[in-house]
Design a protein around this ligand. Sequence first.
Ligand code: NAD
Length: 492
Amino acid sequence: VRLSEAALPELPAAVAVPRYDRSQIRAGIVHFGVGGFHRAHQAMYLDRLLNDGQASDWGICGIGVLEADRRMKQALEEQDHLYTLVLKHPDGTLEPRVIGSIVDYLLAPDDPQAVIEKLADPGIRIVSLTITEGGYNFDQITREFDASNPEVQADLVPGALPRTVFGLVVAGLALRRSRGLEPFTVMSCDNVPGNGEMARKVFTAFARLADPELADWIEASVHFPNSMVDRITPATTDEDRALVQREWGIEDAWPVVAEPFEQWVLEDSFGLGRPAYETVGVQVVDEVEPYELMKLRLLNVGHQAIAYFGVLAGYTYAHEAARDPLFVALLRRYWDREARLTLQPVPGVDLDAYTAELVERFGNEHVRDTLARLAAESSDRIPKWLVPVIGARLAAGGEVDASAAIVASWARYAEGVDESGNPITIVDRLADSRHAAALAQASDPVAFLRDESLFGALAAEPAFTAPYLRTLELLHSAGARAALTALAGEPA
Ligand code: NAD
């Protein structure tokens, strides 16, 4: 049966469905970037609250900013904004649930003014974001807003209809201010270090370029809570659509699949209230940073550690690499001898257990997370997640062998061909310049490190380039497995 509100009673008993009356839900959250992750995470937590009879004025109105989001708008609209979330347990058990917390969806390119009006609706009290790391549009080294971006420039032309998330959100705030309404809270849920602080910085910087008084008001009155979010959510495939159809007879244009693990650590800083997230498994805390550094430096960099070496060695899926002892040795070395030494104490978390669980999570074969997904947009990931670890270890006079090996594996990966001679498609906003830099390694071994906007001064740091070049040379002369073997055999 085609998924819809009317079809819910016909679904098999194995599929959990909303127990609440969706016609009574009013939107209180506007969400930018309704992709896989939002639907597996924040929308799922809200669905739990709604099932508990809470939060009926905190429904979600999704917003798509990019033309590419038209497909999501259509898929959701045709099924009353319902979709199936399928959790895939390591033992193969499937846990399906229809999520009902998204109640509306607007595509900004079709009608930016409607989006701005929505943002100014007094019922909207939170604007949340999963717009990817690149969506924040800041220089990776200076961490300042990149005002030279042509789309940003276009949005700054007086009277222009906004096209970027910056133009839209700031126009929404301006309208609220002019109507004497309190501003909404801006809640970033992206994997950006200090995501709330970064959101504050980039939205305020944009506003300052448009209207300094408005920027002052935003700075003084908008809350930007930090958060740490976690649940591995691969991109939906046709296989997943077929699975939902085959297992439960549901025709769903865009289901979402994810691992069972979930974590959301959220700073309690909201201007106009928030759903009672703490009652449905969210850790609402005063200070997110220790958790976030733990997650970005252990989980996210862990993904980068297996992604490039894995693709070069001929693996397709994360679980294939994560079950290979050579790859586990790289992870352990990176975690235990480098990354963990840069973390603050993390209240209530046992890091030995956390890293052991990461190996299990990465090894979940049913999630079928691809190394290609993990290797995408590296230019937005390595500089934000790993370069700070390297900086901290170098400053402390510590070793960086595993970190350097991970960067070297990216440099080799960006050459665009694996060890069997198969082409690698590089998905990265800087794909062309990364590829060119990787090819230049033939005559200039540290060519890949020379872009200071990505690596700062690492190209001129012998304590880094020595282990980096050791791995890079081995990758060229003997391949990924040999490079990992050498690293595993190096004395502590
Ligand atoms: P996705 O590709 O399914 O969705 C990304 C969404 O962001 C799309 O709606 C896209 O249009 C929008 N977007 C991209 N660039 C934008 C821009 N410049 N301006 C406005 N919107 C933009 O990806 P996803 O799996 O949902 O992941 C999104 C983000 O969520 C990640 O980048 C990460 O920061 C965070 N996250 C993801 C996972 C995961 O496992 N997938 C886990 C933790 C955190």
